[in-house]
Design a protein around this ligand. Sequence first.
Ligand SMILES: CC(=O)N[C@H]1[C@@H](OP(=O)(O)OP(=O)(O)OC[C@H]2O[C@@H](n3ccc(=O)[nH]c3=O)[C@H](O)[C@@H]2O)O[C@H](CO)[C@@H](O)[C@@H]1O
Ligand SMILES: C=C(OP(=O)(O)O)C(=O)O
Length: 412
Amino acid sequence: MDKLVIKGEQTLFGSVQISGAKNSAVALIPATLLSDTPTVLDNVPVIRDVLAYIKIIQDIGVKANWSGNQLTIDPSGVHSLPLPSRKASQLRASYYLMGVMLGRFGEAIVGLPGGCEIGSRPIDQHLKGFRALGAKVTQVDDMIRLVAPRLQGARIYLDEVSVGATINIMLAAVMAEGLTVIENAAKEPEVIDVAILLNSMGADIIGAGTDTIRIKGVHKLHGCYHTVIPDRIEAGTFMIAAAATRGEVLIDQVIPKHIEPLSAKLREMGVAIFEDHESLVVSGRSPYTSVDIKTLPYPGFPTDLQPLFTVLLTQAEGTSLVSEHVHLSRFSHIQPLIKMGAKIRLDGRTAVIDGPTPLVGTKVYAEDIRTAAALLIAGLIAKRETTIIGWEQLERGYEQLLFKLRSLSVEI
Ligand SMILES: CC(=O)N[C@H]1[C@@H](OP(=O)(O)OP(=O)(O)OC[C@H]2O[C@@H](n3ccc(=O)[nH]c3=O)[C@H](O)[C@@H]2O)O[C@H](CO)[C@@H](O)[C@@H]1O
Ligand SMILES: C=C(OP(=O)(O)O)C(=O)O
């Protein structure tokens, strides 16, 4: 199926269980290859990026077995092989095989990563970290080669707060000689999740979740059992959808603190949110007032929810400003939204949204996963039907999305 047709003017009601986090799972899976005994990962989302990762590691001798959402990874047969670009470009997180292979075998040959096309996404900070640990880095066409028979701990200051670089350097440094200190590190919950896994495997990491992470190298890691944290972006998607459709949804199996930057903004515009330990209820209201958001590294407002929040702001009274400070040109959702009737203009890295405007369903094209999610929400509130081409991007990161939406009374 190459298009998704959404009936307009729908309201979400009911409860939904949030799956394990895509951006954690795709880092935890390669991290398990640093040991030579099996690790059990629980709450792993069955999504396309995870399945692609499993295929990649199976090709280098790793055994992986599913039991529901539990994934057992046996890396005892892993061997180092070049990861060609056609495989590495299937997803962003293939870059973690650089840190893992370098840490485990002292050598890695990995193609440049893929992922959402949301502007330039350099990996210079990953390479700066590997160089600081003593690796020789060369690039031929779209392949990166890293060599370091023995990695040596180092002090690394990141010029950009990067989730990928922070995790990749942690992966390479866990078995390096001596102490590594990452300064200006990313503080995202996914960084902490990886550090918890590595520590359960025998690593010595402190400070994950702050901007200074200290890693004392150890000689060997072992397998363990670990549960993937809930996907805060999936949770945010349902929260915004509930608010935009003026519905009421219980979002279950979440860590409310991880979604605080979104909850705070929703409350500010008039959405009612009731929090419990592992769940929250989002209750849509009318009218909403305009608010401004600025995407920033955690605990700032997450860039991955910016396109979706923009849709909600088209329904708020007044002018809202959305400034993108992480992926500076992440605005491919703006044109399709304008086609649906939204009043949005772009001024550099800021979208200016005048609302409220009724949206009208039409045929729209989604270039990446969060644009697809944004257009899905736009389709739910629009008049008439919306057809999304490129909707299969959603399968990269949303587990059983259509099933979950149908259970919230959505016709799709
Ligand atoms: C698989 C995964 O986890 N993807 C997430 C990860 O992507 P990803 O790890 O690619 O994003 P980063 O946190 O690295 O990027 C943040 C910013 O730093 C810049 N940068 C990054 C690395 C580098 O070497 N040089 C550099 O300049 C990027 O261009 C961007 O402007 O974090 C992003 C920011 O929360 C999210 O949008 C993605 O969903
Ligand atoms: C940008 C995203 O993912 P990736 O980094 O995998 O492309 C995302 O999940 O919104």
